[in-house]
Write a protein that binds this ligand. Structure first.
Ligand code: 3PG
Ligand code: MG
Length: 399
């Protein structure tokens, strides 16, 4: 990889220089209180920020949060993230109430050496995500004016061709931060000669989101275990009735075709937890997959499925897991995700957890993060990496 790294930049000396850091501080917020429910992505960027602070840089951090529509939207403000980042760094973080406006300009101008500022949500500006090169470029010009060098540490966003990810590095000396380097190092182990058996567990709600990665992984993996909402489209493809479970009708034929081509590598649930409604207190039972009642919906995989998946995982030498097995946010439907997560930690394998949701599940279920080989901060990004796609944010660092 012909990418310059943070160490290269530090070796040049950054004391007194303004370093613009693109981070992925897109953390989940509690819908009622707005509080940060999982600060994993903030903690993941501390090694890079800490090194820059220590070296005396003026550190200007930028990020997106959620998907605001190109204009300010208070529910997506990064202000609570600035507070949390300050707590974790042990020094206050100056928060700019706009991204490239007066507040940002004066905040950056007032930074002392070794101080950190966070700009308001990049996506409050239409230029950030614009498909129009000129519009993106104009926004990138404004951002680039805040730095003498650029560090990309936003692994979760490297698959986005956005101004802060793709266009800013074309305008400034650029390097990969510690998190981006570590993520790429780990994921490249999975794409080149993974130790076998290589077992992948996929969950989450939609087959359509995972289709490309399933296609890409099928020739490579030894086993592909499928749970989560998307398993019902596969079960339907096997001719089973799935009641009112999540179903992507237009994907049934595709799933049938995948099952035919999979040479028996794909394992599907044999039992599921079905409920009367999508609610934490809904009446529920475990049934075999050929006995799903027509008026009920599946919200988790069942214990026999967990046992079968766990047996496959216990043989593995390499594991990649993306996507919860059920609605783990509701206690009644968390056992499948917990069971699979525990089986992964028990396996004598190199394990990678991919994805904001699965990573959040690991922490929400109180599992020990250190019992996994690596917990990626990127959901879409790690999947696209495994698909072998060119990631705009990585390509931009290579140039
Ligand atoms: C993520 O949460 O997957 C990343 O932060 C990217 O966010 P996005 O999917 O809204 O681009
Ligand atoms: Mg995403």
């Amino acid at each position: 990889m012909s990418i310059r790294t943070l160490d290269d930049l530090l070796a040049e000396g950054v004391s007194g220089r303004r370093v613009l850091v693109r981070a992925d501080l897109n953390v989940p917020l509690d819908k009622q209180t707005g509080a940060i429910t999982d600060d994993g992505r903030i903690r993941a960027v501390l090694p890079t920020l800490g090194a820059l602070v220590e070296a005396g840089a003026k550190v200007v951090v930028c990020s997106h949060l959620g998907r605001p529509k190109g204009a300010p939207d208070p529910q997506f403000s990064l202000s609570p993230v600035a507070d949390r980042l300050g707590e974790l760094l042990g020094a206050p973080v100056r928060f700019a109430t706009d991204t490239v406006g007066d507040s940002a300009r004066s905040t950056v101008a007032d930074l002392a050496d070794g101080q950190v500022a966070l700009l308001e949500n990049l996506r409050f500006n239409a230029g950030e995500t614009s498909k129009d090169e000129a519009e993106r470029g104009a926004f990138a010009d404004q951002l680039a004016a805040f730095g003498d060098a650029y560090v990309d540490d936003a692994f979760g966003a490297v698959h986005r061709k956005h101004a802060s990810v793709y266009d800013v590095p074309a305008r400034l000396p650029h390097v990969a931060g510690r998190l981006v380097l570590r993520e790429v190092e780990v994921l490249s182990k999975l794409t080149s000669e993974p130790e076998r058996p290589y077992v992948v567990v996929l969950g989450g709600s939609k087959v359509s989101d995972k289709l490309a990665v399933i296609e890409a992984l099928l020739p490579t993996v030894d086993r592909l275990l499928i749970g989560g909402g998307m398993c019902f489209t596969f079960l339907k493809a096997q001719g089973l009735e799935v009641g009112t479970s999540l179903l992507e009708k237009d994907m049934v034929e595709t799933c049938r075709n995948l099952l035919e081509r999979s040479e028996g590598k794909i394992m599907l649930p044999v039992d599921v937890v079905v409920a009367d409604a999508f609610a934490p207190d809904a009446a529920h039972d475990t049934v075999r997959v050929d006995g799903i009642p027509s008026h009920r919906l599946g919200l988790d995989v069942g214990p026999e499925t967990v046992a079968g998946f766990a047996a496959a995982l216990s043989q593995a030498k390499t594991i990649f897991w993306n996507g919860p097995m059920g609605v783990f946010e509701m206690a009644a439907f968390a056992a499948g995700t917990r069971g699979i997560a525990e089986a992964i930690t028990k396996a004598d394998a190199f394990s990678v957890v991919g994805g904001g949701d699965s990573a959040a599940a690991v922490r929400a279920l109180g599992l020990d993060e250190s019992s996994f080989g690596h917990i990626s901060t990127g959901g879409g990004a790690s999947l696209e990496y495994l698909e072998g796609k060119t990631l705009p944010g990585i390509a931009a660092l290579e140039n």
